[in-house]
Design a protein around this ligand. Structure first.
Ligand code: ZN
Ligand code: ZN
Length: 267
């Protein structure tokens, strides 16, 4: 089985990427996925795109975006599910320690299949945008800050999957890193094998082979993801993600339903 469990539902209008939280949008993604041999997709819009989460954001980047309706997004995905399409309802949730409880309450009314946990900002400063943290700290310190936040996100027990686990390598600035402390706190949380890094300056899959092998040895499960923001990228390069996972010793992939998981044969 091949899943694409990290997707942002958008459409191109006059060459501009626009939010498209509609049944038609979901159908378009399902079609694109099936053309690429993907069996099931999961929609995972960023949590800061919804007005229901507005009280938790302070950054202009987030405040400019949180004007969409979470009910509309969920209804579009749930209607596709009702029609029997192979889709799951998810969300990409930033780890915001200071608002974690309130955020959980805001998301509680919705029937999620799974929640991705992500670290994009630390103390309001971005790890995946320049200059961001890179302008403030040496490379080693940025890695330590990122790994610490990701560990805290895992320990919080609020997420089913950690998205793009070694996102910190995005610009190719790297140090030798021991990910074992992260592996040790995963406790049932899956790691995402993402092809998004292939389209970033680093030009590699997330996570790297060392982290993935350590995860396998510890019995940590995986998902597969493109992190597509357009139908054209749905399922993109997932064959490479499957190969990468197999090389690390994986032969199953995680499938979610109602925040419960099971393993299916990989590929
Ligand atoms: Zn992300
Ligand atoms: Zn994403």
């Amino acid at each position: 089985m091949v899943v694409d469990y990290h997707l942002h539902l958008r459409a191109l209008r006059d060459d501009v990427e626009e939010i498209d939280h509609t049944l038609e949008g979901v159908e378009r993604y399902v079609e694109a996925a099936s053309e690429r041999g993907v069996d099931e997709i999961g929609l995972t819009e960023h949590v800061y795109y919804f007005r229901q989460t507005e009280p938790f954001w302070v950054l202009p980047y987030q405040l400019e975006r949180c004007r969409h309706d979470l009910d509309r997004y969920c209804d579009a995905v749930l209607e596709a599910k009702r029609q029997g399409l192979p889709v799951k309802l998810g969300l990409e949730v930033d780890w915001v320690p200071e608002h974690a409880d309130e955020l959980e309450d805001a998301l509680a009314p919705y029937p999620w299949d799974y929640l991705l946990g992500s670290v994009h900002w630390i103390g309001g400063v971005a790890v995946d945008q320049r200059p961001g943290l890179w302008g403030e700290h040496p490379v080693e310190r940025v890695w330590a800050l990122y790994a610490g936040e990701l560990e805290a996100a895992a320990r919080s027990g609020r997420f089913d999957v950690l998205a793009h686990p070694d996102l910190v390598k995005i610009f190719g600035d790297r140090v030798e890193w021991d990910w074992q402390p992260l592996i040790d706190v995963l406790d049932g949380i899956a790691l995402e094998v993402s092809t998004a890094g292939l389209r970033k300056p680093v030009g590699e899959l997330y996570p790297d082979a060392g982290l993935l092998r350590a995860a396998r040895e510890a019995g940590v499960p995986i998902t597969l993801a493109s992190d597509a923001h357009l139908a054209a990228d749905v399922g993109r390069d997932l064959g490479r993600a499957v190969e990468h996972a197999r090389a690390a010793g994986f032969d199953t992939v995680t499938v979610f339903e109602g925040r419960r998981s099971r393993q299916e044969p990989l590929g």
